[in-house]
Design a binder for this molecule. Structure first.
Ligand code: FAD
Length: 190
């Protein structure tokens, strides 16, 4: 549930406003989606795998956080006319949100990929390239999060008689799977 809707509900409640959901910072990223056409030689652009992550350098800097090889991780979603059809390569790259003076360009992303993948032949021109800025999309739970969430759940349970619960990545878990599990637990009455 969006925070604004939750806050509107809580405003009508006799419970004093709780700062519990405002305590954690969130990180922002730019997500870059790329699709490459089959290479002229038919060689794959990268080896099989889920993708890779890049740690910060010794000065704490990092531009590209990591890349998911979607054609491997989610290959079952791709449909081809036959098993022999040449394969496209889909990737998702997560990039640290850059200042507006340094916009993400296709050229810069291809330079990064060339460094990371060291392909035997130059990367083909992508048939699809899209960069989306996602602000404050990754909650970063800080010390005391678990206690704050327990407190919040307790207040909601007491004051709303079990009719209102807050779930989601900002509350507990890190992935869609965790959100679904939380929803199920709430639906089943914990
Ligand atoms: C780059 C990236 C890659 C990821 N990859 C994966 C993956 O491969 N597999 C996986 O399982 N998980 C992945 N995740 C995690 C997954 O996306 C999250 O765990 C999940 O989306 C969290 O769901 P949610 O409902 O808690 O929050 P969200 O999906 O963030 O939904 C919250 C919604 O509330 C809206 N909102 C926020 N504040 C307000 C406001 N004040 N007023 C109105 N609306 C508001 C937002 O716009 C948003 O639509 C990824 C996350 C990121 C950022």
């Amino acid at each position: 549930m969006p925070l604004s809707v939750l806050e509107a509900i809580l405003e009508r409640s006799p419970v004093p406003p709780l700062p519990n959901l405002r305590a954690n910072p969130s990180s922002s990223v730019t997500v870059v989606n790329l699709i490459f056409p089959p290479t002229p030689t038919g060689q794959p652009i990268h080896s099989e795998g889920f993708g890779y992550l890049i740690p910060r350098d010794k000065n704490g800097h990092v531009e590209v956080l990591g890349t998911v090889f979607d054609s491997c991780a989610l290959g079952a979603q791709d449909e081809y006319a036959s098993a022999e059809s040449p394969r496209f390569t889909k990737m998702t790259m997560m990039v640290r949100l850059q200042p507006s003076s340094l916009p993400i360009t296709q050229e810069r992303i291809l330079q990064h990929l060339t460094t990371h993948l060291a392909p035997p032949t130059p990367l083909p021109e992508p048939v699809y390239f899209k960069a989306h800025d996602l602000r404050d999309c990754i909650p970063a739970p800080s010390v005391g999060h678990v206690k704050r969430m327990k407190e919040l759940a307790e207040v909601l349970r007491k004051e709303w008689d079990g009719k209102l619960a807050v779930i989601g990545a900002g509350v507990g878990g890190v992935s869609v799977g965790d959100c679904i599990e939380q929803g199920r637990r709430v639906g089943e009455g914990w």
